[in-house]
Design a protein around this ligand. Structure first.
Ligand code: FAD
Length: 425
């Protein structure tokens, strides 16, 4: 184990290598990298200090607990407790819209089906979803029109279909990191053990805290935390599926609770998302917490499991998805490799303030917090990143030097920051 003076020396060395940076971002998950790219694009030289870079440190079956590596990652407007949800969501959607036009970004529009075998409540934020269309009917009737995914034994279906941005995470993260590096961004791999020490090493430069679950201990955050476990299966090499209009398709499918149930007796849904390296089949949303030994304790989904590379996967994630995919496109999982894995979503103060997004003064140093995004960290990333830029502009000596090298993306980010500044006055 490293001694405290050694850790301090390592931190000093990392800080020395980031001496030319105007601002520091702590954390290299989706929140950290989007915040850093947003800062760079308004001309703030930025360094990232992080223990792990997701999908570089953790491969497909890895147990590293950085949630960014596990996101599906659909990015459609949905509810998350965060100040100015609508503005943050709209800004994120505007950036995803632009990125979906950039050929190597890994962001694309998908046609997304949300299907229920029991009548659902209204879809949240439906008026903000693109091409939103509701349907209901027997599977046979709907097959001739909407053609939604369905379970062979389903008798009646309700749901909606819409277009959504989808980030193909291995490609998207690689794209974001190369943008950051192209702009001269510096990354240092190190664990932050003390926030006060880090702030003192930062010597007055603004620091943004994007440490996800790692923030709790460092900032001594006593607000409630729910850790929602998500089990999923990767199917490497499986092909993309397309709508008749040649748009990639994905679904969330909620069967009766007796087929896939949560611990509270409600029905759980399964997901299907194809991406360039194969399919992501999901998933569970099991609420819980992390105990003193660092183990997740919570309310597990109610169903039998199959062990896949040491990970107990609820059977419906495999069997129900397979029967839906077979019924829909004649696809099978036979002869395909299945990789089970488990990730954790950290919801900060889920009944109260939610995401911590704002300025904090500690020992006369300022730090901007941006953490606790639960299951929507990809979806809300750009809006939250731009809010950090806005806060930094209004609270520090740093003034943006104008867009820098990213062309249209910089221009868009600068415009969105200006809009946010306008609406904050
Ligand atoms: C199964 C699953 C499916 C999901 N699907 C979606 C989806 O479809 N759409 C969506 O929007 N979201 C989804 N999410 C949620 C999303 O993944 C998270 O909200 C998001 O990844 C949070 O990102 P973050 O960067 O804030 O935190 P994290 O991903 O936790 O990153 C934190 C970073 O900080 C670093 N760090 C932490 N502590 C320290 C320390 N002490 N010193 C140095 N570095 C440190 C870590 O190494 C990491 O780089 C899903 C999550 C899971 C688990």
């Amino acid at each position: 184990m490293s001694s405290l003076p050694m850790l301090k020396k390592r931190l000093d060395n990392s800080m020395a290598r980031m001496a030319d940076c105007d601002a520091l971002v702590l954390g290299g998950g989706i929140t950290g990298i989007t915040t850093a790219v947003a800062l760079q694009s308004v001309g703030v030289r930025t360094g990232i200090l992080t223990e792990f870079v997701p999908l570089q440190a953790n491969g497909e079956g890895d147990r590293c607990m950085v949630p960014t590596g596990y996101a599906m990652a659909s990015a459609y407007p949905h509810n998350l407790r965060v100040t100015n949800l609508l503005q943050i969501s709209a800004a994120s959607q505007a950036v995803f819209r632009y990125l979906s036009t950039v050929c190597k970004s890994g962001v694309e529009q998908y046609r997304m089906y949300e299907v229920y075998e029991d009548e659902p409540e209204e879809a949240p934020l439906s008026s903000y979803r693109m091409g939103f269309h509701k349907f209901d009917g027997t599977p046979e009737t709907l097959k001739r029109t909407i053609n939604p995914p369905s379970r062979p034994d389903a008798e009646y279906l309700w749901g909606w279909v819409f277009n959504t941005y989808f980030a193909d995470m291995p490609r998207y993260l690689a794209f974001l990191w190369s943008l950051f590096r192209e702009l001269g961004g510096v990354v240092e791999i190190a664990k932050v053990n003390s926030l006060d020490e880090t702030l003192s090493c930062a010597a007055g430069r603004p620091v943004v805290n994007c440490l996800g679950y790692g923030a709790i201990e460092l900032v001594d955050d006593s607000s409630p935390a729910t850790i929602v476990r998500g089990k999923q299966v990767l199917v490497p090499g499986a092909p993309c599926l397309f709508s008749p209009e040649k748009v990639p398709i994905a679904y969330n499918y909620t069967p009766p609770a007796a087929i896939f149930g949560r611990a509270d007796g409600k029905a759980e849904y399964v997901h299907f998302f194809p991406r360039s390296d194969g399919w992501v089949l999901g998933q569970t949303r099991e609420p819980g917490s992390i105990d003193h030994a660092g183990q997740w304790q919570g309310a597990s989904a109610v169903c039998d499991e199959r062990l896949l590379n040491g990970c107990g996967i609820p059977l419906p994630i495999i069997d129900l998805n397979e029967s839906i995919l077979h019924n829909w496109f004649g696809c099978s999982l036979t002869n395909r490799r299945l990789v089970g894995r488990v990730g954790y979503r950290y919801y900060r103060d889920p009944e109260g303030e939610g995401v911590r997004l704002g300025l904090d003064i500690r020992n006369r140093s300022s730090i901007i917090h941006n953490y606790g995004h639960g299951g929507s960290g990809i979806t809300m990333s750009w809006g939250c990143a731009l809010e950090c830029v806005r806060i930094m502009e209004s609270a520090s000596e740093i003034k943006p030097r104008g867009s820098k090298g990213l062309g249209a993306l910089s221009d868009l980010l600068v415009e969105l920051v200006q809009q946010a500044c306008g609406s904050a006055h």
